[in-house]
Design a protein around this ligand. Sequence first.
Ligand code: BGC
Length: 357
Amino acid sequence: MTGEIAFGVDVGGSGIKGAPVDLATGELTEERFKIPTPQPATPLAVVNVIAELLSHFDLPAEVPVGVSFPSPILGGVVAWMSNLDQSWVGVNLADAVRLGTNRHTTVVNDADAAGYAEVAFGAAKGHPGTVAVMTLGTGIGVALITGGKLWPNAELGHIVINGRDAEKWAAASAKEREGLSWTKWARRLQRYFSEIDRLLWPDLIVVGGGISRKHERFLPLLDLRPPIVPAALRNTAGIVGVAVLAAQEAAAAKAGAASTTGLSAGASSASKGHPQRTSGPGTGAAIGNTSPAEQSRSAAAIAGAAAGAAAGAAAGAAAGAAAVPVTSGVNAAQISTFPDPKIAPPAEELADQTQGG
Ligand code: BGC
């Protein structure tokens, strides 16, 4: 793939960042560009910022786009949301970005994208065993890779410890919010990582997220069974990983075949016949794509303009539309939402239910 590029976008709570990525080396071919995340971070506003980000680069039309996003993603659809606007739940992000940029688009959970990059190019390069790549930021993201294959959407940042959603208590944002010392925060991480080890028994833990730049302040304070190392790609991991996944998916779509390449092939046999997983992350060929059945459901949703997204979209329209060149971006009617995404309740609510029963 030498010389070929794909464009990676990383959507975070404070910034939306993007850059073209050399697919052979995993290096950014141009400096990363960052636009502050619009507030409120509604679907319409965010998709239009992604389109605006793209317009800052002079990219050939066939360059695919990958979007790394902080939620579980099923078939390009945001299945659940912890830290951005709740109106995201059920939104078909892949379709919206495709419409807004006119490019082949793949959407992947941000931790999965970062984990993919760390195994392909970084701290876990070529690791044959089970690797847990954990990102510590606003939330806790977890990518599980075993034998080079990814288990997508492992939302293990939300395991319940002492009746609390672990990320609310142990993420880097908790350290900042509560003014915790490195030692106090490390005690929480010790508890959290020990629990992860007790459940998953990984061969290696890789720690990413912005705070991993200061890994020497907290990793030496942890006493764990498996080796624990800082991420090598730091905060470009999401961009790099999702760009490579987008390129793989675009190539597979072009070939008209189900992809069996790379980490993302792992779930394909287990997902046979599953309406969401067959077109969702984990199946290689179709990460971020919608199946014909989903397309008709999403067309119905566009017609019906599901209340949550439409309201959120209208609120975000001013912020998003004003900044976007007329040749790119989407309008509210192009943000399709699944009326009934059947989302799971927040982890803390689940804990309450368990304790009550
Ligand atoms: C989200 C995950 C995400 C992680 C890191 C969590 O709150 O539920 O999907 O990977 O934050 O952004």
